[in-house]
Design a protein around this ligand. Sequence first.
Ligand SMILES: C=C(O[C@@H]1C=C(C(=O)O)C=C[C@H]1O)C(=O)O
Length: 377
Amino acid sequence: MSEPEAVALAVQAGATVFSGEKSTLVQTGPRPPVPGGSGLEQLRRAAAALERADPDVVVAGAVPFDLTRPGSLRLGPARTAPGPLPLPLPGARGQVTVARSRPVPPPSGYADAVRAGLAQIRAGRVDKVVLARTLQLEALDDWSIPDLLSELVSRNPSATALAVPLDDPADRQARWLVGATPELLLRRRGPSVLLRPMAGSIPRSPEPDEDIRRSDALLTSDKDRREHRFVVDAVVEALSPFCRTITAPEPELVATPAVWHLATRITALLNDTATTSVDLVAALHPTPAVGGSPRKAALEVIGEVEGLDRGCYAGAVGWQDVHGDGEWVVAVRCAEVKGRTLRIFAGAGIVEGSDPDAEVVETAAKMRTVLDAATSR
Ligand SMILES: C=C(O[C@@H]1C=C(C(=O)O)C=C[C@H]1O)C(=O)O
């Protein structure tokens, strides 16, 4: 059996897959979910279980945006291979016909939510809040996870494409998180930690001169640099108790096929190698890239004005091995898939000076990552 065939079969059977430019991790087979009533508890239990596990075992999966809610982490052996997932994954069923597509809330409702967020900023309750919306696609047949994953990998070579089965004991139909995120929450290898938070975005243009003009405008935008700064400051502050050398240079431009972002490559050295990747996830998540600043007030404002159950969207997804090394990405450019329903999520950071209509356009551009993979073959 060829490697793509083996992976396609594994994905059909419920494998957890992270495919990046440099390496791919696939966790397959029957493997126990990590128990716990909250994502935070699951992270702690996963780390404890790894201390007693065989060397090829990893914990892999997703914790939700809201760490007081349960996520879906599993313990089991994983294979890693250099490079992205081998494509094409066989068994592609071809295009799925979309019967209905519905934005929830509608664009005008999202613009109203952004105005409500801006009112909270002006009232001094928060400095930044990230607000999301969804696009729900109803197909005539069930979505195929191997097909979606293949498209996400081939269209987004520098992102981390992912397929994570989500546990839901109350629900017999399988639910998945799929996507292709450009944002690294953290990678821990021995004492070295690398992070690449993102915030501040502008949609790409198919016209090359206009595309460059937009990237220049983003790099020099005061509003976007402020929006970005909240994230870098919060990440550096959350790392400081654990790390001795933290380097955060000026933000740089990063492009996905759909959007330009401001990103900062932060490096740090752990004081103590007993600090695992999971400890860092628990300390950092959710950063103001997906929550806001100050964190607690921003989470309250999101609860009041957004009106969505984010689930694992904007959560932390990734894996950790028995040495405490691991890689976790931020679950943006993602969708939740269940049977014929695919729910695409996208959010945008709101700060003083944000324009509600521009945020509608920005979130529509972010949705293209999954929308294009799901609809155009
Ligand atoms: C919230 C999302 O993306 C996040 C928000 C960004 C922004 O507001 O500029 C940029 C990258 C991500 O950190 C999303 O894609 O849904």
